[in-house]
Design a protein around this ligand. Structure first.
Ligand SMILES: Nc1nc2c(ncn2[C@@H]2O[C@H](COP(=O)(O)OP(=O)(O)O)[C@@H](O)[C@H]2O)c(=O)[nH]1
Ligand SMILES: [Mg+2]
Ligand SMILES: [Zn+2]
Length: 312
């Protein structure tokens, strides 16, 4: 596009839904504008700040011409090894688990690691607490997370007090709800955001022209002043991985251990004099979390095209 076409016309907005080349943008007065992406190379996700230009013909339509700098970006690794953006400009990640589908704690660890690397606050929500028997064993498994400082909240679409506590946790934050398909992200969103169903319909309609199916994220304003992003369910998730020595930064109990390993560059695998392995032997670090860290490290090495350290 020529620079002249942009002059004096572009406005700032916030992406509240995106789907292929279509996006819904909130303008300064809270009006929802259906926008198309102007340039091929542009991709936007929920939470993005953009500059857009109203279409000359109809009202309520426009083109996104520029993506403004992101404070942070939650992304996922695709099977091909590319980083695919999920949501931007977040302050909190909410990892949701449930007794059903069977909880995947490795998945939860990878979400939490993504939060740590992005400097986001994080908490865990154990949903479907009405499924009594299984919910109790889930609660027991989640103790290792509360021990390392992650708030663990218990919710059910049938119990208002859990929802009230979740409201408090979300107040004033831009939060993304993440977790396996079927844990209840959308159900919780419906309980947290009044009138959300209408907005969901609107997003679906705006994207009907697209060739893709409906899985998409949406950002909603919370009554408490925060914002909530409901992300599409996943079967698996890994964030793009940093260099090997930075993987531990995704595991706060490992990163927070006073540096007492014999080797300064210890990766806490099988090095002699490893303080992390010792802490795990003494029960101060969860052996499961340490194993989860080692698996993620092995994946990082594999992605970097090196021989993994762990060969057994
Ligand atoms: N028993 C029970 N079922 C729930 C609860 N929350 C959601 N569900 C059910 O779990 C299924 C998946 O919910 P959904 O919100 O679509 O999950 P999402 O894929 O994470 O968005 C639906 O059948 C919901 O009715 C809950 O608190 N208790
Ligand atoms: Mg959903
Ligand atoms: Zn070590």
């Amino acid at each position: 596009m020529s620079p002249r076409a942009q002059t004096g016309e572009s406005l700032e907005g916030r992406v509240v839904a995106s789907h292929g080349r279509d996006a819904a943008v909130l303008d300064g007065s809270g009006r929802r504008i259906h926008c198309r992406l102007q340039a091929r190379r542009l991709t936007v996700v929920c939470g993005d700040r953009v500059r857009w230009v109203p279409a000359s013909t109809e009202g309520g339509e426009g083109h996104i011409i520029e993506l403004l700098p992101r404070a942070n970006l939650l992304a996922r690794l695709t099977l091909r090894g590319d980083a695919e953006p999920v949501a931007a400009n977040l302050t909190q990640l909410v990892a949701i688990l449930a007794p059903l589908p069977a909880p995947d704690f490795g998945l939860c660890d990878r979400y939490l690691a993504a939060a740590e690397w992005n400097g986001l606050r994080a908490c865990i929500v154990a949903n479907k607490s009405d499924l009594a028997e299984n919910a109790r064993s889930l609660a027991a498994s989640l103790e290792e997370y509360s021990q390392i400082g992650y708030p663990v909240l218990f919710t059910s679409k049938r119990a208002p007090d859990g929802i009230a506590a979740l409201h408090e946790q979300l107040a004033g934050h831009t939060s993304v709800l993440v977790g396996q398909s079927g844990v209840g992200k959308s159900s919780l969103t419906n309980l947290l955001v009044p009138g959300v169903e209408a907005a969901v319909d609107e997003v679906t309609r705006a994207s009907e022209s697209g060739r893709h199916t409906t899985s998409t994220s949406s950002l909603y304003a919370l009554p408490s002043g925060g914002e909530l992003i409901d992300s599409p369910g996943v079967r698996d998730f890994s964030p793009p991985l940093p260099a090997s020595r930075e993987i531990a930064g995704g595991y706060r109990e490992i990163a927070g251990l006073p540096a007492q390993c014999r080797f300064r560059d210890c990766l806490h695998l099988r090095e002699p004099g490893c303080a992390v392995a010792a802490a795990s032997d003494k029960g101060r670090i969860s052996p499961r979390r340490l194993e989860s860290y080692r698996r993620l490290l092995a994946l990082a090495e594999e992605m970097a095209g090196r021989q993994p350290h762990v060969k057994r």
